[in-house]
Design a protein around this ligand. Structure first.
Ligand code: 5AD
Ligand code: FES
Length: 348
């Protein structure tokens, strides 16, 4: 494809926020030309809405017990070497308290699919967090649940929910997960969450095994159709104790390009520069912001358990105290001319 044609597609995406699947494929096939052209446009789109403000979310990884068996993930049920932990509700509340002191006004509670956290326990925890810190937004990232459970958590005060679709292709989904986990079930969750009034975050890994350009184009089309409030993407990174141990990691450059395209599709989307991106490249998160991201998620888990929430090898920020991690991110954003802001950062 000629350079001018690639530029014209990106111009059209910037203007219409929509392309056909084939056109997304053409853009992905022309990354060398497209990425340097798309990134400044994506950054300008984010600047027009959010300025140079970067939102922070305090991430609390409160349990690594998981009944799912995703082939890519280090905390999958089948990983017998994974040392399991579960924070008590009290410990989780202490994390929030520390987070509040550090200026966080959004807490993200993330875990594996852990049955110990029944609706009753979850709702009690959610209510207590909202009672103690009523000015904070609460985001859940705890996997697939019944519509009733989602409704109960929403009723208890949860505001947002992160649940990546992982891949929009049913065939590709089936190669990343055992048969009992389906894309259909995942999409059901995503739609229920939207209907229940959550701000919803979807997303995918970049460069997961067998992913094709068409799969990624389908992901972009899903993002365009669903218009998520948030979108989490990061490179696939192998974990040595999973079936995907031997696969190569996803590309930082392709992840950055996708961040830019997603920003152009959904200018308002809250788009994190993820830990996986920061793990793949020492300046991954800074590059992510310059490509259009506007959220960072410093780790707020107790340092003692950090290393056990190991979704992939080499995860960064596992040795740092929460305050250090906070300061480090602040400085990283400052170094590229952006500032960390501490309001809730609700979707606009
Ligand atoms: N590499 C990169 N991302 C991963 N995730 C899980 N395992 C890996 C991995 N090996 C992502 C998934 C999941 C999110 C919590 O982390 O997309 O939804
Ligand atoms: Fe966590 Fe740098 S962001 S230590």
């Amino acid at each position: 494809m000629k350079k001018e044609e690639v530029f014209r597609l990106i111009d059209r995406l910037e203007r219409d926020h929509s392309l056909q699947e084939q056109e997304y494929m053409a853009l992905l096939d022309n990354q060398e030309t497209g990425a340097p052209y798309a990134a400044p446009k994506a950054r300008a789109a984010a600047d027009r809405i959010y300025g140079h403000d970067i939102y922070v979310r305090g991430l609390i990884e409160f349990s690594n017990y998981c009944s799912n068996d995703c082939y890519y993930c280090g905390i999958r049920a089948g990983n017998r070497s994974c040392v399991r932990y579960r924070l008590t509700p009290e410990q989780i509340l202490n994390c929030c308290g520390l987070g509040w002191q550090l200026g966080y006004r959004t807490f993200v509670l993330q875990s594996g699919e852990d049955a110990w956290f029944t609706d009753e326990r979850l709702c009690a925890l959610i209510q207590e967090i909202k009672r103690r810190w009523p000015d904070c937004a609460l985001t859940l990232s705890i996997g697939e649940k019944s519509r009733e459970s989602y409704a109960a958590c929403r009723q208890a005060g949860a505001d947002r929910y992160l649940i990546r679709h992982e891949t929009a292709s049913p065939a590709h989904y089936a190669r990343l997960h055992p048969a009992r986990q389906t894309l259909q079930a995942r999409l059901r969750c995503i739609r229920d969450l939207r209907e229940l009034g959550y701000a919803v975050g979807i997303g995918m890994m970049v460069g997961s095994p067998w992913q094709t350009t068409k799969d990624l184009a389908m992901d972009l089309k899903l993002i365009e159709d669903f218009q998520p409030e948030m979108c989490g993407i990061g490179p696939f990174l192998p974990h040595h104790q999973t079936p995907f141990a031997g696969f190569p990691r996803g590309s930082t450059e392709q992840t950055l390009y996708l961040l830019s395209l997603i920003r152009l599709i959904c200018p308002h989307v809250l788009l994190p520069a993820t830990t996986a991106l920061g793990t793949a490249d020492p300046f991954g998160r800074e590059k992510g912001v310059l490509a259009g991201a506007n959220v960072i998620m410093p780790n707020l888990s107790p340092v003692g358990v950090r290393r056990q929430y190991e979704l992939y090898d080499g995860k960064i920020c596992t040795g740092e105290e929460s305050a250090q991690c906070r300061g480090c991110q602040e400085e990283r954003m400052r170094s590229i001319g952006y500032r960390v802001v501490t309001d809730r950062g609700d979707p606009r």
